[in-house]
Design a protein around this ligand. Structure first.
Ligand code: FHN
Length: 478
């Protein structure tokens, strides 16, 4: 009898999931994914009351992890964390300026942390008082004006929602971390024993309700609010499916009907809720890892998602631009992060890099937007993206290492050459040679970061990179 009930339950779950997923045909999915696949470049925003702490707890620099994890890493009591939030007042918050910075950098969509693991809602929520309106001096919804600014500037908007982990709304899940990853707390041993015995929780106030009730009374109503009160939402970015169960995942997935065109990632619940996109984190898949699925690398500009005042390990604009090119050459998207400060401004280091990327994109954006992965074998002097048209194929070669001898070889390319030119520069001589196509280039690169050569060739270019039956390892679970 027990086996029968179990069989029926499993059958019901998979049937519901199946119906939800199979209803959509491949061409319908292609239509729904089209803007996202053409966009290639988006802004991730990790913002919340954790930006007040900025990676420091009572003078101690948080020992490990992103600053958005300070409450967990430093085992900050719920009462203390919420007391400090009362003074959160980002008076310099200017969503128009944020959206314009993203747009000028060439980004096509923004994904902001509507609620991160600390459970703090950046929006006016009736499901919990732990939100920007009821729990802070600022007292106004932060997402409403951002949604308006995105509509104004034609920017797609997405919400990140920590569906399982919630360290302030009772019943939320917690990924257990040891005290040593926070600060040298004299009570470390006692605290580690407590978190071990309490499923990672460090404060009794976190456990006055079951996870199932947290899902029904906080997560489900809040996701409903996010998908109802802010107009078109293009992306829902789930994260860290800690202790997630099918029942909870089904209830959350069912809400997606409120936004039929929404795109979701693969972090609702693993492995049986794959969503639309894979999410490698802080890394770019190798060619051999690609498995034909849509994917998006999310990455920080320094070492933290949330604002960390003492983390100055900023990646250079060159690294960020070459990452974008590398990712596009493998058919993926780049979700590049900004961690705003608690006054509502972006760190100057982030602004500088966004502007420099924007300068490059002004000249070279056609090598990124609406392109496909490289059909030619990898080569060591740069990357390639492609656009098929009726009779020809356009190949964009982004040169990272400019040749001292003025010659670049594209191995194995045999198609008849129609034209070759430098973006932002003049025409180039190109000819087919024994083992491929040779490009003759001027002595100096137009852009030392990446100079793009646009080559149009006759017909289709055979894709030599297709047989990779890779297993793309996706997103950290932390
Ligand atoms: O724990 C989070 C982390 O804080 C951050 O939000 C990243 C972004 O992808 N995701 C989780 C770690 O995988």
């Amino acid at each position: 009898m027990k086996k029968l009930i179990l069989a029926v339950a499993v059958w019901t779950v998979s049937a519901n999931m199946l119906s939800a997923q199979t209803a959509e045909s491949k061409s319908e999915k292609d239509t729904r994914m089209e803007w996202w696949r053409e966009a290639r470049f988006g802004m991730f925003i990790h913002w919340g009351v954790y930006s007040q702490w900025a990676g420091v707890y009572h003078g101690h620099e948080q020992a490990r992890g992103g600053a958005e994890w300070i409450m967990n890493r430093c085992k900050i009591p719920v009462a203390e964390y919420q007391e400090r939030a009362k003074s959160f007042n980002p008076v310099k918050y200017d969503p128009d300026a944020w959206v314009k910075l993203a747009k000028e950098a060439g980004m096509k969509y923004i994904v902001i942390t509507a609620k991160h693991h600390d459970g703090f809602a950046l929006f006016d929520s009736k499901a919990s008082k732990w939100n920007i309106v009821d729990a802070t001096a600022y007292g106004k919804d932060l997402l409403k004006p951002l949604a308006e600014a995105c509509r104004k500037y034609g920017m797609k908007l997405g919400f990140y929602y920590s569906q399982a982990q919630d360290w302030n709304n009772p019943g939320g899940a917690v990924a257990r971390k040891e005290m040593r990853e926070g600060w040298p707390n004299p009570d470390s041993t006692k605290i580690d024993a407590y978190t071990k015995a309490h499923n990672g929780h460090w404060d009794p106030a976190q456990e006055t309700r079951s996870f199932a009730r947290y899902i029904d009374e906080v997560a489900v109503p809040q996701v409903k609010e996010l998908l109802t009160n802010y107009g078109d939402i293009a992306v829902l970015w789930w994260d860290t499916p800690t202790n997630m169960i099918d029942d909870a995942a089904l209830k959350l997935q069912a809400l997606l009907k409120l936004q039929p065109n929404i795109i979701t990632n693969d972090r609702l619940k693993r492995p049986n809720f794959p969503g639309d996109t894979k999410t490698p984190e802080q890394k770019i898949p190798t060619q051999s890892e690609l498995d034909g699925k849509d994917w998006e690398t999310c990455m920080t500009m320094n070492g933290s998602w949330g604002y960390k005042s003492w983390d100055h390990k900023w990646k250079s604009a060159q690294t960020l631009i070459r990452n974008l090119v590398d990712i596009a050459s493998k058919g993926g998207n780049y979700l590049l992060n900004v961690g705003p400060k608690d006054d509502g401004t972006f760190p100057q280091e982030s602004i500088d890099r966004l502007k420099e990327i924007g300068e490059w994109m002004k000249i070279n954006h056609e090598a990124i937007y609406a392109t496909k992965a490289s059909p030619v074998a990898p080569f060591d002097w740069g990357r390639c993206t492609s656009v098929k048209s009726k009779n020809n194929t356009t190949l964009y070669f982004s040169v990272f290492n400019w040749p001292s001898d003025g010659k670049l070889l594209v191995p194995g390319l045999k198609n008849k050459i129609v034209s070759a030119k430098l973006l932002g520069g003049g025409n180039l001589k190109a000819q087919l040679v024994n083992d491929g196509m040779q490009l003759n280039v001027p002595a100096k690169a137009i852009d030392p970061i990446a100079s793009v050569i646009k080559v149009v060739v006759k017909g289709e270019v055979p894709n030599v990179n297709l047989d990779s039956n890779g297993m793309m390892k996706t997103g950290a679970l932390d």
